[in-house]
Design a protein. Sequence first.
Length: 242
Amino acid sequence: MNGRAPRQAERFAALDEAQHHALDARLAAAEHARWQGFYADRTRPRPFFVETPDENLVDWRQRGLLAPPGRALDVGCGNGRNAVWLAGQGFEAHGVDLSAQALDWAAELARRRGVVLALQQGSVFERGPAAASLDLAYDSGCFHHLAPHRRLAYVELLARALRPGGRLGLVCFGPGAGCGWDDEEVYRRGSLGGGLDYTEAELRAFWGRDFEIVELRPMRAMSAGDERFGLEGLWAMLALRR
């Protein structure tokens, strides 16, 4: 864990909404500016600036672990590469992201692939799905950009949005892949440092109350030119809504 303090699942649970907004404001300047311009230059050397789906998502589909296609939400969908792939697999695919440039890219990718993709700009906390409305919630890179005080609410939001037996897919930073800061340092610096990293034990603690974890493994690295995205240092987790 790079010497950092373990992350706690319910440390901020007693805070009221006004206190949550105050903590949001402490991080807003750095984080909002980061995402509004992040996708403006599509040639930037970012490993996930590709148009191929996550290798674990393809793997779960091939192994029959995603169940029959239903309504899917890609949270923090970025350029839509996973949502577009899900739409091509027969899912009713939706995507939400803070970045207008990312959603423009996603819409273009959907048109080129000949699929329908419903997109919304904003925070999933503000544009959350209705209760029991999803068969699949997929998060590839959003969770590790959440502030510590929003973690528990995020888990509860997705658990509430999924139908019983619905699937949750998650890709996030493992130890050493993120900034290595503990939760206290996030607020001291007023930044998420490019993303927080998580141990296996922390992920099981955060998600295990509302979900049955089917698989939690390292993402498999993919070679250049592969039709799937995969990078060392990331976790891939599949879970069922209890």
